[in-house]
Design a protein around this ligand. Structure first.
Ligand SMILES: Cc1cc2nc3c(=O)[nH]c(=O)nc-3n(C[C@H](O)[C@H](O)[C@H](O)COP(=O)(O)OP(=O)(O)OC[C@H]3O[C@@H](n4cnc5c(N)ncnc54)[C@H](O)[C@@H]3O)c2cc1C
Ligand code: FES
Length: 289
């Protein structure tokens, strides 16, 4: 059963889609797979009817909506260029995301984008890369990790990923593949847990053990706001400077295209100039971190 806002019949929609260039107009995507992955998160594989939506890069986001429920920015979690589908992983926290969680295979989502800046893969080539993800920050990080591990030309790759508990960890079954492709995956949980034999403590507890090649290492941080300051301090202790640190910032968004001002930090529109920033670009925006 199709629950919300199904588009008109497929044989009539394609000529219309070809003419849609406006960033304000969503286009439909059909849900091919909807899988509950944790208590709060559901993973969706979506085929967009407009192939333009597949032209995305790691770090970018889409505005995902349902008629009557509104829209929300959601990061792409699949690697670009690998399929005719998009992967999205959505945490149910409110009006729109709760409604999306009620959808299943064969239902439709309405999607605009891709929007925002992305991680500069070309700049990362030849460098060691440290991915630091906290909580749901692993969702956009997955797109970047998948893009990096499938290509040659990067140095040593290390993922440090922390969550509150083992039950909340995402994508653990895929991490064997990331390991096999040369990524050292280090996991941690915040507090001791009877079924956990690994590291306990916040992500910063794993940073002092890292071997870092000065000037040849790039760090990428995505996580809850509280995490950034402490991770940046630890990385600076490892002599990784702001020119070599990338962050993705989450701010409230409404239009996604620089018109409404909801995402503004002083004069900076995160939907346009971000969400991916080099830390050195934020030196005049202390409110950002
Ligand atoms: C660039 C970007 C990428 C994102 N990627 C993802 C993703 O891949 N998966 C995912 O699950 N979520 C992601 N989010 C967060 C997601 O957009 C929000 O959870 C969503 O907007 C909530 O919408 P809602 O209508 O369900 O909740 P609402 O009913 O609007 O709000 C529910 C609660 O969430 C709070 N809230 C709403 N938006 C935000 C926000 N941006 N930051 C902090 N608190 C908020 C509200 O204050 C309220 O307490 C992303 C956000 C940004 C800016
Ligand atoms: S979300 Fe509207 S200006 Fe950025």
């Amino acid at each position: 059963m199709k629950l919300y806002g199904n588009p008109i019949e497929g044989d009539r929609i394609e000529p219309i889609l070809e003419n849609i260039e406006s960033p304000y107009l969503p286009t439909p995507g059909i849900i091919e797979r909807a899988l509950r992955v944790t208590e709060k998160e559901k993973f969706f594989t979506v085929t967009p009817l407009s192939p333009r939506l597949l032209d995305y890069r790691p770090g970018q986001f889409f505005m995902v909506g349902l008629p009557g429920y509104g829209e929300a920015p959601i990061s792409v979690t699949s690697a670009p260029g690998s399929a005719k589908t998009l992967d999205l992983c959505i945490r149910a926290v409110g009006n729109l995301t709760d409604a999306v969680h009620r959808l299943g295979k064969g239902d439709w989502l309405w999607i605009r984008g891709p929007f925002g800046t992305s991680f500069p893969l070309h700049e990362m080539k030849g460098k060691d890369i440290i991915f630091v993800a906290g909580g749901i920050g692993i969702v956009p990080m997955r797109s970047l990790i998948k893009a990096v591990v499938r290509e040659h030309g990067f140095g040593k790759k290390t993922l440090i990923y922390g969550s509150k508990s083992p039950e909340e960890m995402l994508f653990t079954e895929e991490m064997e593949d990331w390991r096999a492709r040369g990524c050292d995956v280090q996991l941690t949980i915040d507090k001791p847990h009877p079924e956990w034999g690994g590291n306990v403590g916040v992500v910063t507890t794993l940073i002092p053990k890292l071997k870092v090649r000065e000037g040849k290492t790039i760090a990428v941080i995505i996580g809850p706001p509280v995490m950034y300051k402490f991770v940046i301090l630890s990385l600076k202790g490892k002599l990784i400077g702001p020119e070599h640190i990338f962050v993705s910032l989450e701010r409230r968004m409404r239009c996604g295209v620089g018109k409404c001002g909801h995402c503004q930090i002083n004069g900076c529109y995160v939907c346009q100039e971000g969400p991916v920033f080099k830390l050195s670009e934020l030196k005049d925006l202390p409110e950002a971190i």
